[in-house]
Write a protein that binds this ligand. Sequence first.
Ligand code: PEP
Ligand code: MG
Length: 588
Amino acid sequence: MDSNKAEEVEFTGIAASPGIAHGPVSLLREKKISVPKYKVSSDRLESETERFESALLATRMQIQAIRDEVQASLGEDEARIFDAHLLVLEDQALIGETIREMESSVENVESCVWRVGNRYIEAFGQIDDEYLRERASDLRDVLRRLISNLTGQSLENADRLSDKHVVVAHDIAPSDSAMIDKNHLLGLATDAGGKTSHTVIVARSMNIPAVVGLGNVSEQIKPDDIVLVDGFEGRVVVNPSDATLYRYGKIKDEHASITKRLIALSQNVSQTKDGHPIQLMANIESEHEAKRAIDIGADGIGLFRTEYLFLNSKVLPTEDQQYEAYKNTVETMNGLPVVIRTFDLGGDKISNIPELGMIGESNPFLGYRAIRYCLDNAEFFTTQLRAILRASAHGDIRIMYPMISGAAELEQANEYLEIAKDQLRGEGIPFNENLSAGSMIEIPSAATACDTLVAGSSFFSIGSNDLIQYLIAVDRLNDRVAHLYEPTHPAVIRTLAQVVKAGREGDREVSICGEMAGDPVLVPMLIGLGIESLSIAPGLLPNVKFVVQSMTLKEAKDLAEMALSDSDSTTIYGNLLVFYEERMASLY
Ligand code: PEP
Ligand code: MG
């Protein structure tokens, strides 16, 4: 063994995306910047002012260079964000006030500009105008850069990976994850987060191993550490020993050979041993994932999370851009259905586009999110509806509304859809007049009063990620309560059964598109409860299909009955696991 090797340390968290990754670490965090504060004699005030001027100039040159780079790689629209930063550096009020502050306090320039700048930030932050609030964050960015130039502290972050790395962070917001260069991303490990956080969902859809809820791993890791992420068991090993690497190498090989066999089997039709067809659809976040869904044998797209079209962008996609994305998707799917969910912004998916006016809320998951946001922003919503309708002329597109809480909201959403249809008719633009519009059932009120949604919905799709969070009152992102986030909680299982019953009575198909649907241990129970269509991350599809193919409907119904009559979620999960492991044993 190499005696120079750093000591191996293991962390346990929540297995969030399967797979094993191994490589150098890239720490993603906002660097703390310290602001020195000291008195200067009045005869040094002139040299302090000169330092200030050179720092303003250096900062200006750096921002201009970033602007040029962004313009070359992303275009003028994105580059324009930096114009606001450049303006801050020319702001005579800020510059003048900093100099006066130095004269009156006889303190160093860092301390004075920081104080003055923060007074502005605070004032902007309180103004009830989104544009001005945005200026506060511009000012904050510029101030940090100015301080770094005055003090020589580096602001470098690890968000641009030049080589393959495992990204370790305290937490990663969906917009941050969108900024990471996926070609160089081996795996993810975060202190915070739950299994159904949107960053994890994206990792899963890209087949990137991920472990979340690791406590304070980001504080314990050093930049030159080597990290192993075990997304099967929820472990992170820092500086793994040769023995650990050997053991994981074997696990990886074993999984690779099983995956190969599962992929081969996934080309067979999706039906139970006794011939009941089960529709297996794919969840996607971008048009580019549709091809993968086809390759893996999906029966269609059951959930297109459209908000990812612009979550990492600074500009809104136009109607034409959206139309192209939806049209390309449905054309790639070549006759198979594509369920397009309207924008589900808010919650943890906060867009930085100023026009959207999204601001932090104290309870974002209970706040201004998804359909609530869309119904309140008519033009934004209508633009998307028009784009979806136009794309429906090119294939089997269906529309789905997220976060419907009751019939009145659904009615309003459908009214907007009718308005968009009227507009297109008036303009002579073709669309599918019989386009189906369905509701996501992910709020307990919608589940309980599901029968009241039958009239306005052509189908129901259960969003179990949110349904569980709202039903058990457990934040899906919070690792401290992650143990309470139980898909086999009796309340969850009974609620699923209730939605299936309402769907049957109203003659509406009930499918499921939350992460539960991609957990092969839970799938037999879901099918036994009467759900015949599941939408899952493409990478999970082969395993789910294998489980479907290796059980009978009767076995599934027995498992559902067991789950409905037991009061203990751990026992229910345990029974389902025994069944699953028995089926999987035939693969080894
Ligand atoms: C869900 O809530 O289950 C769902 C599919 O939507 P999202 O995860 O995007 O909130
Ligand atoms: Mg949801």
